[in-house]
Design a protein around this ligand. Structure first.
Ligand code: NDP
Length: 488
């Protein structure tokens, strides 16, 4: 009989933690517990991928109605009812949370609906004062949005808050042009909000293929998003208080907390987003007023106050848990998966890390996590699907051929819309292997999932070309681009 209460104690009930818990218990018969202080399902299900994607769908209908008219439909654009959508959204999230709870219960995982921290290498401290021991502890506590260090930053909302808004603003400033900033810029623009974006770098979506970034920025601008690159926010205040000259330059400071500390409070400023128009000063000196400001300026791992460093778990520069290829921390009984490790912060990756952990610890089969050639999508409009090296990364590595086609697709061209899509392959000159694929097009997320199989399998350009085209489609370009657009 084990000396511990459990074989495994998982902290965090998001996608990664729940998968690891139920597989360890259900498939390997381990005695497992899981603690979650908020809602089961975590970032992806409750305040990330799932509600975001449903908002992406919601925001696409206005344009569809418009296009349908060009296809002969006698159909009129209506108005969007945020309240009606939000009610249905909440019902769906409740259903999904129920599914997660049921999966755990069906696998005989004990659940603790409260915060848990690490007391020692084998002991978990529960918020109710009790402790539980476990042979292994798995941290799957995820991450949270962070605000930049700007005076009065607490007046802005973060992505978690969007799904709880009482009503949509008439205008919004989005600070940050990464995944979250670009996705919400397109969503809110599609729902009729006037969207302005401040992106501090010269182009949005840093780290992705330059040509794709350019086309997405152009498409967003054409759709009505007012993007200002090379611009950041330097100061903000309630318009009423700015006009009256009454707002302290940092009202957090007036309340006895710094902007950083308010992040520690999980960004839960009760006034955020509800307090009236906000005056903003930009780095280029421009002063403007917006109904709302959304900070999409990155996320930080949830390691604060977890007792990690006290037991010898080392944290990196961004406060992420440092782990090896098996997700094991420097304390052998403590493992970590998902965004708390700040490796590749995507739900399917956290799930794979969870599965690899279970294989390693309970399956007797040490399984490193493969982080190479992970396909992903950014749900902008049009969508962006990407796998492998960008043109810039590939050109640094070796001589490459670039095959790139940018064109007006049949459906929207017929509707006389000036929308362009892009299909792009990066090919090694020496081995002919397709090193990267980048697609900017409607449903690019669906397309890149399939191309990802071929790229992961290491197929060559000639093997792509040996596949017969499906006509007429946008993606047939991926197997019909005969000569390189350029070499690099
Ligand atoms: P990102 O790191 O992608 O983008 C952050 C943006 O904010 C960048 O434009 C960055 O600029 C800018 N920024 C950072 N700090 C400041 C500052 N102090 N002042 C002004 N601008 C600033 O983070 P996100 O929050 O958008 O997304 C976090 C992660 O969540 C992603 O990396 C991704 O892993 C995941 N995610 C995935 C999605 C998907 O798969 N579809 C969707 C949403 C999130 P700069 O580029 O100059 O650093």
């Amino acid at each position: 009989m084990s000396d511990f209460d459990y074989d495994l104690f998982v902290i965090g009930g998001g996608s990664g933690g729940v998968r690891a818990a139920r597989v360890a218990a259900g498939e390997y018969g381990a005695k497992v517990a899981l603690a979650e202080e908020d809602r089961y399902g975590g970032t992806c299900v409750i305040r990330g991928c799932v509600p975001k994607k449903l908002m992406v769908f919601a925001s696409g209908y206005a344009e569809l109605v418009n296009e349908a008219q060009c296809f002969g439909w006698d159909i009129k654009p209506g108005t969007f009812d945020w309240h009606a959508f939000k009610t249905r959204l909440n019902t769906e999230l409740d259903r999904l949370e129920g599914v997660y709870r049921k999966l755990l219960a069906n696998s005989d995982v004990d659940t603790y609906d409260q915060r848990a921290t690490i007391k020692d290498a084998h002991t978990v401290q529960l918020a109710n004062g009790e402790t539980r021991t476990a042979k292994h502890i798995l941290l799957a506590t995820g991450g949270r949005p962070v605000r930049p260090d700007v005076p009065n930053a607490q007046l802005g909302i973060v992505s978690d808050d969007i799904f709880h808004l009482e009503s949509l603003p008439k205008s919004i400033l989005i600070v940050g042009g990464g995944y979250i900033g670009c996705e919400f810029a397109c969503i809110l623009n599609g729902l009729g909000v006037e969207v302005t974006m401040y992106n501090r770098a010269a182009q949005i979506l840093r780290g992705f293929d330059d040509e794709a970034r350019g086309l997405i920025a152009e498409s967003m601008t054409n759709a009505g998003v007012d993007i200002h690159c090379g611009t950041s926010i330097v100061e903000m205040a309630l318009e009423s208080e700015h006009e009256a000259g009454t707002m302290p330059s940092n009202s957090d400071a007036a309340m006895g907390a710094t902007a950083e500390q308010s992040n520690e409070l999980n960004n839960c400023d009760a006034r955020a987003g509800t307090q009236g128009p906000i005056w903003v000063k930009a780095s280029n000196g421009a002063e403007k007023v917006f109904d709302m400001v959304l900070f999409a300026t990155g996320r930080a791992p949830n390691t604060d106050g977890m007792g990690l460093e006290e037991v010898g778990v080392s944290l990196g520069r961004r406060q992420e848990v440092e782990v090896d290829e098996y997700s094991q921390s420097g304390v052998p009984s403590i493992y970590a998966i998902g965004d708390v490790t700040d490796r590749v912060n995507l739900t399917p990756v956290a799930i794979r890390e969870g599965m690899a952990f279970v294989q390693t610890v309970f399956g007797g089969n040490p399984t490193p996590v493969d982080h190479d050639l992970i396909p992903s999508a950014v749900f902008t409009q049009p969508e962006f699907g990407t796998v492998g090296l960008t043109e810039e990364q590939a050109a640094e590595q070796e001589p490459v051929e670039i095959y790139s086609a940018s064109f007006r697709p049949m459906q929207t061209a017929f509707a006389e819309k000036n929308k362009r899509v892009m299909m792009k392959l990066i090919v090694s000159k020496e081995t002919r292997v397709v090193l990267g694929c980048h697609i900017v097009a409607p449903n690019a997320g669906e397309l890149i999932q399939l191309v990802g199989i071929a790229v992961k399998a290491g197929l060559t350009k000639e093997q792509f070309d040996a596949t017969c085209a499906v006509h007429p489609t946008m993606s047939e370009e991926l197997v019909t681009m005969r000569s390189p657009t350029r070499t690099a």
